[in-house]
Design a binder for this molecule. Sequence first.
Ligand SMILES: NC(=O)c1ccc[n+]([C@@H]2O[C@H](COP(=O)([O-])OP(=O)(O)OC[C@H]3O[C@@H](n4cnc5c(N)ncnc54)[C@H](OP(=O)(O)O)[C@@H]3O)[C@@H](O)[C@H]2O)c1
Length: 331
Amino acid sequence: MIKIALIGFGTVGRGFAKALIYNRNIIQRKIGEFRVTAICDSKSSITGDFKIEDAIKYKLDKGRLPENRNAEDIIELGDFDVLVETTPTDVFSGEPGLSYIKKALTTGRDVITSNKGPLVVAYRELMTLAERHGAKIGFEATVGGAMPVVKMIRDELAGNRIRRIRGILNGTTNYILSRMEKEKAPYPQILSEAQELGIAEADPGYDVEGIDAGAKLVILANSVFGKDVKFDDVEVRGITRITPEAFEIAVEKGYTIRLIAEADEDGKLEVSPRLVKLTNPLAIYGTLNAVLIETDLAGEIFVIGRGAGERETASALISDLVDFYGNCSFH
Ligand SMILES: NC(=O)c1ccc[n+]([C@@H]2O[C@H](COP(=O)([O-])OP(=O)(O)OC[C@H]3O[C@@H](n4cnc5c(N)ncnc54)[C@H](OP(=O)(O)O)[C@@H]3O)[C@@H](O)[C@H]2O)c1
């Protein structure tokens, strides 16, 4: 029986919990019996013998959970094999997730996270801590949502030298740029429409300044190229200064403009708006994410998919769960 503790019960945390209900049979076939033994948000919790559906209903009805234990208490209680950590991202401090993850790893518990912050701030430290305590840390959900990237490179391309990764790692900016291209409209107008639609946050800085894409690039560079880079090592430029005129000229010449994140084996680390040929697979539209991986043996591999959303992120979290405890044979 695998025991799961869930910290963070917002969009992603609840999405994960719902997916455990919907796909229980599929997951159980792969990892055997599992149970969620604790859930907490920023101020409340539920522990012991409870149904996941009741916890979701309680949270939606009351905006909290029935008990007063906090995340530290849950980790201290230790009634879990794996901590699924889905608290908000802070790429500068890594908190609050960083402390939770360290604490769980130190007690030998495995960790799965959707939170970029801790990995951006302390990737090497966390990997070393996990190794020292015989624990595992999974972070597929931090890069590209449902799009399989981290484990695909680790497993399916295991025999390759990875030369370069280029990609669109932020759906919000891709949506804004797609619409600027099609409608020849100015950035502020499309941004405010994206905010009305819930595609861009009220405070869009992390997305439009390229910080979110830069954070994901740090995680890829550290995991794929074995680097020890931090957010400050990434050259980051966002999309706020792109004009409709720039798009007009680009399109006339057969190009579009996309926010491209690029890391290579020589240490290049850059997020910036770039001209992309309209025929290039990276000239994607809407909120999609995509990654082009250049390898020595397999050549170019292109992955495209949904980079965010509760179900999509749940897909990535569960893939780590099955990676840790499952057998992924076909049937
Ligand atoms: N949304 C996506 O599509 C997506 C995709 C990939 C990755 N991510 C990442 O996944 C994480 C969660 O995103 P989200 O969209 O689910 O965020 P969210 O809806 O804001 O939920 C965050 C949850 O964390 C809880 N929390 C906040 N501070 C906490 C603390 N100090 N201790 C314990 N719990 C705390 C919040 O509690 P309350 O409920 O009490 O406020 C809330 O339940 C973020 O790091 C995000 O970058 C999100």
